[in-house]
Ligand binder design. Structure first.
Ligand SMILES: *Cc1c(COP(=O)(O)O)cnc(C)c1O
Length: 391
């Protein structure tokens, strides 16, 4: 796909998958028990912060991911804010993350009072590079009494937040191994990677904690919602406590033992989540088929279609291609969007946004290269695709 004259073939390929009219990047599908569970909530009056659906949804997500505990929150950003606090990130700390991520990752760091340190990503995974991480830490960090400090700023390096971009697993085991050497807890931002695995193990179960998102554009949706997952019982209990106003259980008294948050997921949203979780395997199968079709299309094109690395399985939340240069990227974005086929560039690097441009970084060579070239393609479950997988 050298010249603009190959773009019509791509648009035709997308239309063969999704039909005529405007084609969004990602839209939700409600082909299961969504309506029924929502009506149940309304009929029972349990629409808000009390109700059985929240616990049910938490159990479904824990069972699916293999995490011991799952704690629902009002959205993924809130989940990350709390997870960072549970990892003991405090005001004035530094937290390692990616410049190549959605802004919510870095906003949550700021809510926790920390400043980001941006480390480069790998070109193949689009996620935090364990090599770049090791290089930066050995040049900049020292361990005192089991905790990592930045030698230049004197500040504590309190956590590391890698993010599985578009659902493509990063080299998470290697990242955790490097962080372990420095006593740095890992909080995985798995907002985009529900249904993505490394060696059969679900993303988000490698770090001390991880967070998921169920926003409207994610693999499954609760309208808005998030989840903290962890294997640590004490952290799980604390997560539930501080996301639900830190109320001490009592039959009728209102007693709260610290400043908590109202980060509860309403029962209505959880009901949607329960129905979505029931269909997740079919959705993933349909998304895998979409990815196979794109892979076939791009095979002979000279354009790289992003694939998971050896040993990893991607949920195919958003399919992505890497164009030759920014000019070709811009031409493709211009053409496809004018044709009613929604495509989007990868995010502007966090290190270039006003509120984060003072943050330290390692040069971000790969991040900048990808920033200029990566485009997401329409990736929804096509109409009717799931019926094929019904038993
Ligand atoms: C969607 C997303 C979030 C946060 O999700 P919300 O539920 O929208 O708050 C965090 N990080 C990444 C990388 C995301 O894509």
């Amino acid at each position: 796909m050298q010249a603009d004259d190959s773009f019509p073939a791509l648009v035709a390929h997308v239309r063969a998958l999704y039909g005529e009219g405007f084609i969004p990047l990602h839209r939700p599908v409600f082909e299961g028990n969504e309506r029924r569970y929502l009506v149940d909530c309304i009929d029972s009056n349990f629409v808000s912060s009390v109700g059985a659906k929240v616990a049910e949804f938490e159990q479904q997500v824990a069972a699916f991911t293999g995490a011991k505990y799952a704690i629902a929150t009002v959205n993924g950003t809130a989940a990350l804010h709390v997870a960072l606090q549970l990892a003991r990130v405090q005001r004035g700390d530094e937290v390692i993350s990616q410049a190549l991520t959605f802004v919510a990752t870095c906003n949550a760091l700021r809510y926790a009072g920390a400043d980001a340190v941006f480390i480069d990503v790998d070109l193949d995974t689009l996620g935090l590079s364990p090599l770049a991480l090791r290089r930066w830490l050995s040049a900049n960090a020292e361990v005192r009494e089991g905790r990592a400090f930045n030698r230049t700023t004197g500040r504590r390096i309190a956590a590391c937040v890698p993010m599985h971009t578009f659902g493509f697993p990063l080299r998470i085991a290697e990242v955790v191994a490097v962080c372990d050497e420095y006593g740095i807890p890992v909080v995985e931002d798995a907002a985009e990677s529900l249904g993505s695995y490394v060696g059969g193990r679900h993303t988000g179960t490698f770090g001390k904690l991880a967070t998921l998102s169920f926003n409207g554009n994610k693999t499954i949706t609760t309208g808005g919602g998030g989840m903290i997952v962890t294997d640590d019982e004490v952290l799980a209990r604390r997560a539930k406590h501080i996301t639900t106003t830190a109320k001490i259980p009592h039959p009728y008294e209102f007693v709260h033992d610290e400043v908590g948050y109202n980060y509860r997921l309403p029962n209505l949203n959880a009901a949607l989540g329960c129905a979505q979780m029931e269909r997740l395997p079919e959705m993933l199968a349909a998304k895998a088929e979409v990815a196979r079709r794109y892979a076939g299309f791009f095979e002979a094109s000279g354009v790289r279609f992003v694939q998971p690395i050896e040993g990893a399985t991607a949920n195919r939340w958003l399919n992505a291609i890497v164009l030759h240069d920014q000019a070709q990227r811009d031409a493709l974005l211009e053409y496809t969007n004018a044709q009613g086929v929604m495509t989007r560039p990868i995010w502007r690097l966090m290190s270039r946004l006003d509120m984060f441009k003072h943050c330290q970084h390692d040069g971000l060579e790969n991040s900048q290269w990808l920033e200029a070239r990566v485009v997401n393609l329409p990736s929804s479950v096509p109409d009717g695709a799931m019926r094929k997988f019904q038993g």
